[in-house]
Design a protein around this ligand. Sequence first.
Ligand code: GTP
Length: 416
Amino acid sequence: MNKILLIEDSPMFSRALSSGITQELTTKVDCAYTLSEASALLAANHEYFVILADLTLPDATESDILDEVLQWHIPVIAMATGFSEEKRDDLLDRGVLDYVIKGTKTSFHYVINLLHRLFLNRFISVLVVEDTFNSMPFVTRQLRHWQLIVHEAATGADALAILGKHPEIKLVLTDYHTQGMNGTDLIKSLREKRSKEDLAIIGISAINEKSLAARFIKYGANDFLTKPFAPEELLCRVNQNLEQLELLTKLREMTYRDYLTQLFNRRYLFEKVEKQFHAAKSAGQQVTLCVMDIDHFKRINDAYGSHSGDTILRTIAALFAKHFPDFITFRLGGEEFGLIAFNTSFELTLNRIEQFRTSLKNTPMDLGHPVYVTASFGITDELTDKLDDMVQAADRLLYLAKQQGRDQVCSNTDTD
Ligand SMILES: Nc1nc2c(ncn2[C@@H]2O[C@H](COP(=O)(O)OP(=O)(O)OP(=O)(O)O)[C@@H](O)[C@H]2O)c(=O)[nH]1
């Protein structure tokens, strides 16, 4: 269900657009140059996710094109050569998802962004809290049309219950006039549970409720809309809010990743894994922590330069993560890495570390010519009060491995 049907009679535009879509969205595009080709493809394949339809084709009128593509109940994006209010109204009334004015410099990017948004929307849940004036079916219909997963609540209490049951909901649209609880009270209750960075809320007010928009924002809404609004305005606001949340999630993820290797960093270890560590301890689970340090890394930097040193750090990080996909792998800093394994036998983990040590020393690092490196390891399963104490214990064992000649694993069972 990821394929796109592109109906466009200009081979040049068709080629440029389909290759742009394939590159940006890694999805397949079927190209039709006439309406009859498009009809044949549609009849043979009902799995299209979206249809991009040029409204000027050699073998059909605009109306015929729309009749044909809209009958399949697949979202349609129309590509028109010019814009007029009547045309826009007609296209939206007939059920076209959106329209793009062809030939402008930005139209190409607009289509790609639109498709990207539609792809993502299929996995995003939103909640619409229905107002007493019944304008929400329009909102719900539009959002579903835009491929979002839409939940509906009739009252404020319903909304809270649905949110409790569906923590994956990312956006709430609420009118002020909800039954049993007004919109601002609902927002207040929602904010006690979910932050602005985690759940976007758009309040909807009527044109004669001038101060309400400001109150919505004060109570914790991210945005507001004033009725009546055009479908485009609704969708722009929804998209903008979802994009902001996605950006924040990305930023948050970045703060937990090491910039060079993309492994988790120290901050992730002590903010996120620490909690898992205490939970595992309380549940009586086995916890194994291992630190690894590349041997004589300074010599590598000195011999080949720090750029090559970085390449080796990235390569080793990738090998390490690939070898232990079931464990949490991280970079502690410099040339020191680590892993933590929950609920796994210590002996098995130890064996896998030994295997990794051997495989690493036999793997050529590609610096234009092969370079071989070794690493030393400290591993412990002795539980401590804090995670940091366990890291330090593993570090002491690592130091021992270095002292004993490097390229080896020292475990707490060796010193028992
Ligand atoms: N290229 C590169 N080098 C780094 C990075 N972080 C730390 N280093 C270098 O890693 C080297 C670590 O050197 P040492 O602490 O003396 O350890 P070593 O040479 O690996 O020796 P042993 O650990 O005793 O085997 C230093 O030269 C640091 O500059 C990095 O992000 N990139």
